[in-house]
Design a protein around this ligand. Structure first.
Ligand SMILES: O=C(O)CCC(=O)C(=O)O
Ligand SMILES: [Fe+2]
Length: 292
């Protein structure tokens, strides 16, 4: 199995045409030299690992609401759209305070500080990438600022524990799915396992150097480009080597709840989806994955 994800270095700014063609061809791009402080990124990972090492009872104190948009979601709660078996993961969500207040554990020390920092960094890089895309997409430069600045973005801290011997044989760490949002920024995970479904229907490993950010397009970007930028199906497979925990941290960049997802004029051909608000689209998808 080979990796076919194009790489984009941001060392000299964003090559918008490269970004666009990478997203168009594969829906994924590996971003290097993104400018996020690597030693702090390391600290953020450490604090996240320490949180998930807490006893389940301790973590359960942070289950808030029923739709899992903030705080802790326990192991076995979420399934991919159309897949009856829950994924083998537990996670934590941080989002925009004005949309729904965050909760923060007192332990481990520094959790809020490091995680809030990471949210802001990924938010900034994500919006930079979208802003760069406006040129090749031939839409006004402010399009994504208007649609998504300060939007309903969510940082997900993920822990996939070692796979239990009695795990459902049909269960995998994260079953095949597309992300719901505009664009996802995934800080390179602690171990392998992420795969994308290429256009020939083959699963391919998504390899990225340590400290890179893997970006992928979600359903909302696919929708407003009428599928020109596809939301590529991906999954996380169970470990083939040592049966150890895997940690990853996707940042789902969302529009503002009230932003209207309307197909850009130049991509309209009669087959396009109808206008829908970010909030309504999200609510629909959350129902489909068992979270709402
Ligand atoms: O853990 C990963 O590498 C990917 C997770 C993912 O695709 C998701 O949570 O949507
Ligand atoms: Fe995903």
């Amino acid at each position: 199995m080979t990796s076919a994800v194009p790489q984009l270095s941001l060392a000299e700014g964003i090559d918008a045409d490269l970004l666009y063609s990478a997203l168009k061809e594969t829906g994924f791009v590996v971003v290097t030299d993104h400018g996020i402080d690597l030693s702090r990124l390391h600290d953020a990972y450490q604090v996240v690992e320490r949180f998930f090492a807490l006893p389940v009872k301790e973590k359960q104190r942070f289950v808030v609401g029923k739709d899992g948009q903030r705080g802790y979601t326990a192991f076995g709660r979420e399934n991919a759209k159309g897949n009856p078996v829950p994924d083998l993961k537990e996670f934590w969500h941080v989002g925009r305070e004005w949309i729904a207040p965050n909760v923060w554990p007192e332990k481990p020390e520094g959790f809020e500080r490091e995680v809030a920092w990471l949210y802001d960094e990924l938010d900034r890089v994500g919006l930079d990438l979208l802003r760069a895309l406006t040129k090749p997409l031939e839409v006004p430069a402010y399009t994504f600022d208007e649609m998504a600045e300060g939007g309903n973005s969510v940082l997900r801290l993920l822990h996939y524990p070692p796979v239990a011997e009695d795990a459902d044989p049909g269960a995998i760490r994260a079953a095949a799915h597309e992300d719901i949002n505009l664009i996802t920024l995934l800080v390179s995970a602690s171990t392998a396992g992420l795969q994308l479904l290429d256009r020939d229907g083959e699963w391919r490993e998504v390899d990225a150097p340590a400290n890179a950010i893997i970006a992928d397009a979600g359903d909302m970007l696919a929708r407003i480009t009428n599928g020109v930028i596809p939301a590529t199906t991906h999954r996380v497979v169970n470990p083939e080597g040592p049966n150890i925990s895997r940690y990853s941290m996707p940042f789902f960049l969302h529009p503002k709840p009230e932003a209207v997802l309307s197909v850009f004029d130049q991509f309209r051909d009669g087959s396009e989806a109808e206008d829908i608000t970010g909030a309504d689209f999200l609510a629909e998808r959350l129902r489909e994955i068992g979270l709402s």
